[in-house]
Write a protein of this length. Sequence first.
Length: 254
Amino acid sequence: MRTPFVVGNWKLNKTISEALALVTELKNQLGAVKGVAVGVAPTFVALNSVAKRLEGSSIATCSQDCFWENTGAFTGEVSAPMLADAGATWAIVGHSERRQFFGDTNESVGKKARAALAGGLGAIVCVGEMLAERDAGRTLDVVDAQLAGGLDGIDGAVAAQRVVIAYEPVWAIGTGRTATPAQAQEVHAHIRKRLVEKFGQATAQAVRIQYGGSVKPSNAEALMAEADIDGALVGGASLEAADFVAIVKAARPG
Ligand code: 13P
């Protein structure tokens, strides 16, 4: 069985002191939680402070992005070895906001995922269609292209341990308009099928597929009950301890 994985993607929110206040609460409230893996993704500047505060807890520190080169003349970028050095254990790559506003492509997302894995991090590879693509009946084609690029060159043994897919329909992000559990499950099952084709059954069954897009305490349990939804990538509702804790608890199996 897959252990669900719930990650709070804080995006461009929280000063260092605000970040520390939130993770201190999470550490207190989730210290004893069983059956679910938990992570938070602060901004780069808060990442090291957060990781230090989370030492001794099972809550993972994640980055929101990761560049594909390790060092060099790449002003503004942060590499996987540097993130690992700062205390990150996972990197989110290919978030739709990076694709929309910062030029990430299926190919560059693959480079970032490979760099994260080579640097010893886990990679949370984000996929998801825009509203116009869904309305045009292209959801699965879009997701297929994103998966092909994002997982290009990744070895099955590594994927089984350290790759997570996050399905985040862009029309559901920050809009309050969640995909229904059935809509999400349809795409998650399709992703699982593609993972079987690429990696074989055993690895495909081990890889967790998170859902993201307006996940809240009120809808988390129904989403997590779907067979192929293995946790959540939570934006807005991860900024308040009470909401995030409730979502983590809703993701526990049984
Ligand atoms: P919201 O939960 O705010 O819709 O954001 C989802 C998301 O983009 C997480 O990565």
